[in-house]
Write a protein that binds this ligand. Structure first.
Ligand code: PLP
Length: 402
């Protein structure tokens, strides 16, 4: 881990005349040189549209796109490569399921269950589905500690429940949810599960088969890959039964004005020119991550979280939200008397990048009666000095604003 920062050119920049302290990794992670080089190389010397041309560059890009799919399959341990759909990101993946699953399985008076700690991307697509179908959205609450009330789940599930959607890790509270247990409980009631892995996948390998989930969604840009690319893993049975989400080139077998037939999996769900540059860049990110020791990576992230939690608690006048026993490297906090935006802006002037506001999770803010929080999120390339810079910065902000 010691030399890891040299792989990330952006981290050695200065901001406002000070060394950049980048603590907004849950919003987007920085890119290793290997990913930057891969994307540049494709644009500079190997750009050809995939699955169409027979010329060299088209064939190379096609082969590398499919190799990236195989890398994702291996990283998340999907059984088959055809169960890995490339999308524009976690949001696009969830919308795909909400539309296509909804068209196939959801009727009036059915129910969809989400949790109170979801990101808007795992709430609004389900609300739209419920509006379209006359179905109802049910919500599994969390306790003030930031832990999901899994004990209340059996009472929420019924014959009417068509799907449960849950975050693997909360983007505000950092809670690592017991998704294996949740999947088991849902399956026992005959309910399929979508796991939003946007904040889970970047902290080490995922095993969708062990987790048992039916759908798993994540974004490339949060796992050190490019923006505009994401993944939907779905069990083949569902992909076979669900209708296409979007129509266009590449997702068809034959088209006549009388009838169109659809391509085999996974292409049935990849309409139009795919973001093959992004997908190949994501493959490079996974290859980079595979060179790291996952235990060392997690140890570093948890050390940063522990130290940040201790030091922030010493600042006084603020509360940290999310104290689950099993947490990922996210520390969200709010002062009783100071506005989160003011704090974040002063930190910015000190060269420290954090996130502030409702963090795309307004129901979590409503739970605590807050208008927003400040969130520091750590990656394995962050350092204890940066944690200290954060807490010194927060103290300074407090002094200025008070
Ligand atoms: N789900 C969670 C838990 C997230 O944290 C995010 C983004 O922050 C998303 C979904 C949406 O990801 P994207 O905006 O990359 O589609």
């Amino acid at each position: 881990m010691q030399n890891i920062r040299q792989h990330f050119p952006l981290l050695s920049q200065t901001l406002s005349g000070r060394p950049l302290v980048y603590l907004d990794n849950a919003a987007t992670a920085q890119k290793p040189q290997a990913v930057i080089d891969t994307v540049n190389e494709l644009h500079a010397s190997l750009n050809g549209n995939i699955h169409r041309g027979v010329h060299y560059m088209a064939e190379q890009c096609t082969a590398r796109y499919e190799a990236a799919r195989e890398s994702v399959r291996e990283y998340i341990n999907a059984e088959k490569a055809c169960e890995v759909i490339f999308t524009a990101g976690a949001t696009a993946s969830i919308n795909l399921v909400a539309f296509a699953f909804g068209e196939r399985y959801v009727r009036a008076d059915d129910e969809i269950v989400v949790t109170e700690m979801e990101h808007h991307s795992n709430i609004v697509p389900w609300q739209l589905l419920c509006e379209r179908k006359g179905a109802t959205l049910k919500v599994l609450p969390f306790a003030d500690s930031g832990e999901l009330r899994v004990d209340l789940l059996p009472a929420l599930l019924s014959q009417k429940t068509k799907l449960l959607a849950v975050a693997q890790v909360s983007n505000v509270l950092g809670t690592v949810n017991p998704v294996d247990e949740i999947v088991r409980a849902a399956h026992a009631a005959g309910v399929p599960v979508l796991v939003d892995g946007a904040q889970g996948v970047q902290h080490g390998r995922v095993d969708v088969q062990r987790m048992g989930c039916d759908f798993y969604a994540f974004s490339g840009h949060k796992i050190y890959g490019p923006t505009g690319i994401g993944v939907l893993y779905a069990k083949e049975k569902f992909l076979d039964e669900m209708p296409p989400y979007q129509g266009g080139g590449d997702m068809i077998k034959t088209v006549t004005f009388a009838k169109t037939t659809y391509a085999d999996l996974p292409y049935k769900f990849e309409a139009g020119t795919a973001n093959y540059v992004g997908a190949i860049g994501l493959g490079a990110a996974i290859a980079f991550l595979s060179t790291l020791d996952p235990a060392a990576m997690q140890q570093q992230e948890l050390l940063l979280l522990r130290r940040a939690t201790e030091q922030l608690q010493d600042v006084g006048g603020l509360a940290i939200y999310g104290n689950a026993a099993h947490k990922s490297s996210i520390a969200s906090f709010a002062f009783g008397n100071l506005h989160h935006l003011d704090v974040a802006q002063i930190l910015d002037k000190l060269g420290i990048a954090v996130r502030s506001g409702t963090l795309c999770a307004e129901p979590v803010m409503q739970h605590y009666g807050l208008t927003g929080m400040v969130r520091a999120s750590f990656a394995f390339y962050n350092t204890l000095d940066e944690v200290l810079a954060l807490t010194e910065g927060v103290k300074k902000a407090k002094k200025i604003l008070e």
